[in-house]
Every structure is written in C-alpha cells, then in structure tokens.
Design a binder for this molecule. Structure first.
Ligand SMILES: *Cc1c(COP(=O)(O)O)cnc(C)c1O
Length: 392
C-alpha cells in the first residue's frame, strides 16, 4: 500500500534522541528552548512555545488571547477538528466561515459578508483561526486588514504550512497574526513524533503561552504577584495544563528543522510532477495555487469534476483496493455528530460541502518514487473514467 504521508527519519535523528536518553533530562529541559530557537530563527519570529501537540498549542493560544465563556471564535470548516475544538475547550462559541472550493482555504469574500452581518447582530468574533489548507497560506493581508476594521485577533493554524512562504516571508513570522501554530505530527512536514508550537512577536502573549503550557505556574521574578518566600517559590496565577514537550521530542524536532527546506523542495517537485500528469485530464483539477504563496505541500489534493457522493466514495474505495491509500481532507467539521449535537446543520457552508464531495488527497511524501506517482496518476485517471461511464 502506498501511504498518503510518511515521515523521513535519519540516523542523525535517532542519534539525537538517544543522546537525550543518556542525559539527565527527559522531560522539558535544555532541548526544548533549543528547538524553539531553531524554529523561531527559521521563521524570523520573536518567541516560540513548544507543546506536546498542535492541539495543545491551539488551546493555549486561545487562552493567551483571553478566549472565555460566551466569546465567539470563527474558523474554517475545511480542517481537522482541533482547529475548532480549542475554542470549545475555553467555553467559547464556535462558528465557521465558508471556503473557496478552488483552494480549500477560507474565503475572504465569505468572511467579509459574515463580518458585516455579525456587526449588525452584535455577534462579532473575538478570534479568527484561518487554516493554511494543504500548506498554502491564506490571504493573510486581507484577513489582517479585516481584523483591524472589526477588532478581532488572529491565530493562524499553520499545521500544514511549516516551511511555506507568504509574500516571500516564512509562514510563522506572525506579520499578519497574533499567534501562529505549527504541528509536528509525523504525517506533517517535519516531526517531533508528537508536538506543536505557538509562535508570536508579543512578549506578553509569549509569557501567557508559557504559563498555560505548565499548569498556569510561573517562577519568573518579574512576573510574580507576591514577594518570593524563598528560592523554591513559584506561583500558580491561572488554571493551566501540562502541555509540555519532552526533550526527547525536542531533540528530534531540532534535527528535522535542518532538513525542512529539503523536504519542502521535494514536496514541491512531486506536486509539480502530479500537476503535469493531470494536465491533460478534464475531470481532474489540482487545487488552485496563488502566486504570492510558496506552498509547503503537506497534502496534494485534486478535485474531480463531480460532486456525486456515491461516485466519490467508489473512487476512493477502488483506489485503496489497488494499493493507493488516498484520503479525503476534510469532512466539514460542523457535520461531525458532536457539532451537529451543538445545533449545526448540513448546508451551513455550501462551498465546503461541495468541495468535500469532490476532493481526493493523493500520496505525497519526500520518499515517494516517480514510478509510484505514475501508478497513482494512471490508476486515478482510469478509475475515474470507468466510474463516470458506469454512472451515465
Ligand atoms: C494535524 C492538525 C492539527 C492537530 O495537530 P496535532 O499536533 O496532532 O495536535 C490541528 N490543525 C490542523 C489543520 C491539523 O492538520
């Protein structure tokens, strides 16, 4: 079976982890700030807070921006559930902004309309979480202009876009956002096994991210409310969590950052190769690429010229039966039973639903061979042609 994603682990990666195992630190120690520095330098951003997952990073990011009961958070329905669960963890209300089906990213036009309406009904969001779908940055310039106009904060969910660029600058520099989140899950671009990071240029937000990462506790002199009882003294100032990263994970992550550019270049080469293989097909369209973006290509997604759910299902089944583990990203979050139990109904974001029934994620990872790629493309084109003929 050709998987849809796969990490690349080198002997240096293994050696770095073994070195930590032989050191006095296993939990969060010196390797964590090393990893944070490697990522912040790469992204040209001031501060990084490593966490045990991007899900945790999203949660502490919401907390650091003060999201609480009765606040409203908006995100994209075309994402993993974590992009939206983080708001619910804080007791906030969540809502979804429809996407542009040609890119899979949040639609700025839909956002404008929704904001104008929300202003009238006094239901403006406190935070917007745009998701850089498949590795392509959203139109952050337009989104940040709207943030100033309507007074909301921005958390970029860049779980897919580590190593990507927007307007020639690295994704993660937070030029157009308050906080940016990365994931280092093995299926993503670089990995720390499990892990995430929250990036920001704001020192007060950084202090809060670090506090919420570890129980709401601080021991830093400048941040204490009371005078220290002695050198052992620390204060719990908020209700935080244990979301710390371990030194084992951080050592792996730091090694992987060194090969980030190489991985992303390879992903781009493979994506261009797929583009060529589908160039002649009228029934298969790769996601549209914006010119101001260098895509990190976490995912390679094509859309088929049909939104027939039955045909879509048979296509993925048939490909899997032929050894191609393709996938579908994503089921619109609000269609999940849990979200429907909160009151969301089918039809809420029509763009995301049409997109969902037409999208297929093909295998893409640095070690994917050209032979396998040819096999994926040929099998997809043939299978789709057969299924379309059958359904007529
Ligand atoms: C993977 C992913 C997450 C969660 O990442 P974890 O590190 O597994 O918690 C959040 N958002 C998006 C868009 C993702 O793809």
């Amino acid at each position: 079976m050709i998987p849809y994603g796969k990490q690349v682990i080198s002997q240096q990666d293994i050696d770095a982890v073994v070195e930590v195992l032989n050191s006095p630190w296993l939990t969060q120690g010196p390797k964590v700030p090393e990893f944070e520095n490697a990522v912040t330098q790469y992204c040209q951003v001031q501060y990084g807070t490593a966490t045990n997952s991007a899900t945790s990073a999203l949660h502490v990011a919401c907390l650091a921006l003060g999201v609480t009961h009765n606040d409203i958070v908006w995100t994209s329905p075309n994402s993993f559930v974590a992009s939206s669960n983080c708001a619910l963890y804080c007791g906030a209300k969540i809502d979804f902004v429809d996407i542009d089906p040609t890119t899979g990213n949040l639609s700025v036009d839909a956002l404008k309309l929704k904001l104008a309406h929300a202003k009238q009904t006094n239901t403006l969001p406190k935070v917007l979480i745009p998701v850089h779908f498949a590795g392509q940055s959203c139109d952050m310039k337009s989104i940040s202009t709207l943030a100033q106009e309507y007074g909301f904060k921005i958390i970029e969910d860049a779980s897919h876009a580590v190593g990507g660029k927007y307007l020639d600058d690295p994704v993660g520099n937070c030029r157009y956002s308050d906080i940016c989140i990365f994931s280092f899950h093995p299926v993503k671009i670089i990995t720390s096994a499990e892990g995430g990071m929250a990036l920001t240029n704001d020192s007060a937000i950084n202090a809060k991210l670090k506090m919420y990462r570890s129980h709401g506790i601080t021991a830093e002199q400048g941040l204490l409310h009371n005078e220290a009882d002695g050198p052992w003294y620390y204060e719990q100032q908020a209700l935080g969590f244990n979301y710390r990263m371990t030194d084992l994970h951080a050592a792996l992550g730091t090694q992987q950052v060194q090969r980030l550019d190489e991985f992303v270049e390879k992903r781009n080469q493979l994506a261009q190769n797929y583009d060529q293989l589908f160039a002649q097909s009228e029934d298969i369209t790769p996601l549209r690429q914006n010119e101001d973006v260098y895509n990190a290509y976490h995912l390679y997604v094509i859309r088929i010229s049909s939104t027939n759910p039955e045909l879509h299902k048979r296509l993925v089944e048939t490909l899997r039966a032929q050894g191609i583990f393709c996938h579908v990203h994503y089921i619109p979050i609000y269609l999940q039973p849990y979200y429907q139990s909160l009151g969301f109904k089918p039809g809420h974001c029509q763009g995301a639903e049409d997109y969902y029934h037409s999208a297929v994620t093909l295998p893409l990872f640095p070690e994917l061979s050209e032979i396998d790629q040819d096999y994926v493309a040929t099998t997809l084109i043939e299978t789709l042609t057969t299924l379309k003929a059958q359904s007529q």
